[in-house]
Design a protein around this ligand. Structure first.
Ligand code: FES
Length: 105
């Protein structure tokens, strides 16, 4: 399957240690900027119930879901304990000329 690079946002659209929502092709994603100024992308919706993670809280490498405070590592997608047990899907990210691109298959 070929990856398609899609422009998600400008680097200035996301504050450090924050997350924004990005919708594309009927799907929704979350774009993160880490405290180390790196960018990451995951599916937008929590795997527990369909709540958008862009409304959650970023702490170091963790996104905390706004609904039941489930936590994921947004770099790896790993679920970090109850009530979330299914990992989040992550997507490759690249930054070029001040824009953030994610690879969607
Ligand atoms: S909806 Fe995310 S933890 Fe329940």
């Amino acid at each position: 399957m070929t990856n398609l690079w899609i422009k998600a946002c400008s680097v200035d659209d996301v504050d450090e240690e924050d997350v924004i929502r990005f919708d594309h092709g009927g799907r929704t994603f979350a774009i993160y900027r880490s405290p180390e100024d790196e960018f990451f992308a995951t599916d937008g919706l929590c795997t527990h119930e369909k709540i958008h993670l862009a409304d959650g809280l970023v702490m170091d490498e963790i996104i905390e879901c706004p609904k039941h405070n489930g936590r994921f590592n947004y770099r790896t997608g790993q679920a970090k304990g109850a009530p979330v047990c299914i990992d989040l899907k992550t997507y490759p990210v690249k930054v070029e000329a001040g824009n953030v691109f994610i690879a969607v298959e």
